[in-house]
Design a protein around this ligand. Structure first.
Ligand code: UT7
Length: 327
């Protein structure tokens, strides 16, 4: 029998109804379906309604995950939300989620490491559960990136999208046990940033005029670092988990760009058939992309009990991290 440890006992995801195709984007920015699909693998994405916010999507995913885990929301003692597009600076988005459930008293924490946020959150949640500090912890990745995307920048606006995914963590011996995790960060403002809105550059007419509250990105440099980091993480995770790369049944990477993912996994000797990818339909939903893809692969039966599953994130900071899970 496996030893006891923090494990995933429920998954859930939510994506908004509105589908935005590459052709739709071509009506507002100088681009086309052929360019976007061939460079990224994305065909369409979902955008939230004007009156639908990050916490609404996070709440919807959380309710599904708790229902599937058959756990009363009142039992949750930690809500951890990874997001780069919070409802507000504060109250944090996790507070909004708890409020949405009609509860109070749990610890509500937001994590701000952009696209790596969910793996950071899962590592933190697992540590809380493993130490006994938390009995039931919900970890969510949720984004309304359409609210912080610069639709005048064709080099980045074609990537980003909205959605949310959530998992419920508890101590377990037989379900979704987190074998090991690692996170890392470095500073690179140019690669990916939202330059204004914080204390360094408070909101002003100028920051609004210059689109400085929106995502800025150096695509090429980010691409190259992401390929290298994804490949390194896959190899390191297998080593630390004491498994051969062939024992990995599934890799669920941050859905940044199909070419980043496939070339990184080629370097790590992971065949394409083992990669869970859905960015063709959902684009890059930052911290939500891993739990949305995980939910899909669990619910359609690809991911099965006892299999090794590797989650890997990479994003703003720069930041990167992985969780190796024995499902
Ligand atoms: O979550 C992490 C977030 N970020 C990423 O993962 C980003 C990683 N990087 C990428 O995915 C790719 O770098 C992009 C898809 C963003 C861009 O692809 P690229 O092959 O690196 O293109 P590029 O920026 O080097 O631009 C190549 C050409 C340029 O034209 P010229 O100078 O060669 O004439 C761009 O102006 O493509 C042009 N271009 C476009 N053309 C049509 C840039 N964006 C577009 C567009 N439609 N949307």
């Amino acid at each position: 029998m496996d030893k006891e440890g923090a494990g995933i006992v429920g998954v859930g995801a939510y994506v908004p109804e509105r589908i935005v195709t590459n052709d739709d984007l071509a009506k507002i920015v100088d681009t086309n379906d052929e360019w976007i699909y061939s460079r990224t693998g994305i065909r369409q994405r979902r955008f939230a309604r004007d009156d639908e916010f990050t916490s609404d999507m996070a709440l919807a995913a959380t309710k599904i995950a708790l229902t599937r885990a058959e756990i009363d929301p009142k039992e949750v003692d930690y809500f951890i939300v990874a997001t780069a597009s919070p409802d507000n600076t504060f109250p944090n988005t996790a507070c909004w989620v708890q409020k949405g459930l009609g509860l109070e008293g749990a610890a509500c924490i937001d994590i701000s490491t952009a696209c790596s946020g969910f793996v950071f959150g899962l590592q933190q949640g697992a540590a809380l559960v493993n130490t006994g500090e938390s009995k039931t912890c919900v970890v969510i990745g949720a984004e309304k990136l359409s609210a912080i995307t610069n639709f005048k920048d064709r080099g980045s606006c074609i990537l980003f999208a909205d959605g949310a995914g959530a998992v419920v963590l508890r101590k377990t011996t037989d379900k979704g046990r987190i074998v090991c995790s690692r996170m890392g960060s470095s500073f690179d403002f140019d690669a990916l940033a939202v330059p204004a809105g914080g204390s360094r550059r408070p909101a002003s007419y100028e920051t609004v005029d210059q689109q400085l509250h929106k995502i800025t990105m150096k695509g090429r440099a980010t691409y190259q670092t992401a390929v290298r980091k994804f490949a390194e993480m896959a190899m390191e995770a297998c080593k630390r988990g004491n498994i051969a790369p062939e024992q990995l049944s599934w890799v669920v990477p941050h859905q940044a760009n199909e070419h980043i993912i496939v070339s990184a996994m080629e370097r790590a000797n992971v065949p394409k058939e083992k990669i869970v990818m859905n960015l063709e339909r959902y684009g890059n939903t930052s911290s939500a992309s891993i739990p949305i893809a995980l939910d899909e692969a669990v619910m359609d039966g690809r991911i099965k009990r006892g299999q090794y599953v590797l989650l890997m994130g990479f994003g703003g900071g720069l930041s990167w991290g992985y969780n190796l899970i024995k499902w």
